[in-house]
Design a protein around this ligand. Structure first.
Ligand code: FAD
Length: 315
C-alpha cells in the first residue's frame, strides 16, 4: 500500500484532535506516515494508525516561520511519492501545504470536509458558498496535497507499526527569511478548543453583551463557547470565538445557539453539527428551521434552568 503523509500538529508534544482525524482519514487511502517537526507523543500517533513516524528535530523549524517546514516536507514528498499529503486546514497548515504543492508541482485542494480513495486517485469533498454547494474534486497532477477542516471525521484508534525514522532536510537560506521573534501563548480558559470541542454553546446579539449564562451552561457541559459575528462586532467576545463564514467552522456532537437568529453566514460555520439546539425568544427566528430541538424563550431564564438541571443530573 502507498504511504499517505500526514503533517502532525502537536503543541508541547500533545497531538491535536484534528491530527488524529487526519490519521483516521489517511487509513482510507493508504498507510499513514506521520510527519513531525519537533516532538510529538509517538505512542498516540502509533495508536491512531501511524505506520511510520518521520521526525525532524532541528531548531530551524521553530526559529523560522513556515519556510523550512515546507522545504523539508516537499523533499519528503519527492522521496516517498505518497498517495496524498494531508494537512490540517489551519493558517499555518494552508501556508505550508500550498508551498509544498508548488515546490513539488502537485495539485492543491483546501478546506476539504471529506477525503476518500477512488480507484488509484483520491476524491475530496468541499462545502462552498456558505455551505450551499458541495464540490467533489480530484487532483490529476503530482501528489494530491489536501488541507482538511477540523471535525471532518471522528478519530478512530487502530494500531499502526509506529516505526520512528529521524530525518534531516536541506533548508535553503531563502526559506529562513521570516524569523519568529516572539510567541504569545494564549491564556488558558480551561475550556476545550472551539474547533475540537464535542459540545459548543454559542451566544449572539440576544445575550445583550452578557455571556455569563452562556459560559455557565457551557462549563456544566464541558463545552467550548462560541459567538455570532454580531456579538464579536459589538466587542462582547473575541474574534477567535466567532463561528461562521468569516469565523471558525465547528462540527460538534451538540451545538447550542443562544440568542442567535440563524443567518446564512452563521449557519455556514455550524450546520454540520450532529445535534443542533436553539434558544430564541422569537418563534419565527430562522435558526428554528435548522434545529433538532428548539426552545422559545428568554435565554436569561432558560439557560440558568438548563444549567441547574444538568448539574442535578450529574449529581
Ligand atoms: P441577530 O441577527 O440580531 O439575532 C439575534 C437573535 O437573538 C434574534 O433572533 C432575537 O430574537 C434573539 N434574542 C434577542 N434577545 C433574546 C433573549 N433575551 N433570549 C433569546 N433570544 C433572544 N455572522 C456570524 O455569526 N458568523 C460569521 O462568520 C459571519 N460572517 C459574515 C460574513 C459576511 C460577508 C456578512 C455579510 C455577514 C456575516 N455574518 C456572520 C453576519 C450575519 O449575517 C448576521 O448578521 C449575524 O450572524 C447575526 O448575529 P446574531 O444572530 O447574533 O444577531
Amino acid at each position: 500500500m502507498t504511504e499517505v503523509l500526514v503533517l502532525i500538529d502537536a503543541p508541547d508534544g500533545k497531538v491535536t484532535k484534528p491530527s488524529l482525524e487526519l490519521l483516521t482519514i489517511a487509513r482510507r487511502i493508504g498507510e499513514p506516515s506521520a510527519v513531525v517537526f519537533g516532538s510529538a507523543d509517538t505512542d498516540t500517533l502509533t495508536q491512531y494508525g501511524a505506520e511510520k513516524i518521520y521526525t525532524y528535530d532541528d531548531a530551524v523549524y521553530s526559529e523560522f516561520l513556515v519556510g523550512p517546514k515546507a522545504e523539508a516536507l516537499a523533499q519528503l514528498v519527492t522521496e516517498t511519492s505518497p498517495a496524498a499529503v494531508l494537512v490540517g486546514a489551519s493558517t499555518e497548515g494552508k501556508e505550508i501545504s500550498a508551498r509544498v504543492a508548488l515546490k513539488t508541482e502537485s495539485g492543491w485542494i483546501s478546506d476539504a470536509v471529506d477525503v476518500q480513495a477512488s480507484g488509484d486517485s483520491v476524491t475530496t469533498t468541499q462545502s462552498v458558498f456558505a455551505g450551499n454547494f458541495t464540490v467533489q474534486s480530484s487532483i490529476t497532477k503530482g501528489a494530491p496535497v489536501i488541507t482538511v477542516k477540523p471535525n471532518s471525521t471522528t478519530p478512530e484508534a487502530a494500531a499502526g507499526a509506529g516505526a520512528v525514522e529521524a530525518k534531516t532536510a536541506e533548508v535553503s537560506e531563502a526559506a529562513k527569511t521570516a524569523k519568529i521573534t516572539s510567541t504569545k501563548v494564549k491564556e488558558a480558559s480551561g475550556r476545550p478548543e472551539l474547533t475540537e470541542a464535542a459540545i459548543v454553546v454559542s451566544g449572539g446579539r440576544g445575550t445583550g453583551g452578557d455571556f455569563t449564562e452562556v459560559e455557565a451552561f457551557a462549563d456544566t457541559l464541558g463545552a467550548a463557547v462560541g459567538a455570532s459575528r454580531a456579538a464579536v462586532d459589538s466587542g462582547w467576545y473575541p474574534h477567535s470565538f466567532q463561528v461562521g463564514q468569516t469565523g471558525k467552522t465547528v462540527s460538534p456532537q451538540l451545538y447550542v445557539a443562544n440568542g442567535i437568529s440563524g443567518a446564512i453566514q452563521h449557519r455556514a460555520g455550524m450546520q454540520t453539527s450532529k445535534t443542533i439546539v436553539a434558544v430564541n425568544k422569537d418563534d419565527e427566528a430562522p435558526i428554528f428551521e435548522l434545529v433538532d430541538f428548539g426552545v422559545v424563550g428568554d435565554l436569561k431564564s432558560v439557560l440558568p434552568q438548563a444549567t441547574e438541571e444538568v448539574k442535578k443530573r450529574k449529581g
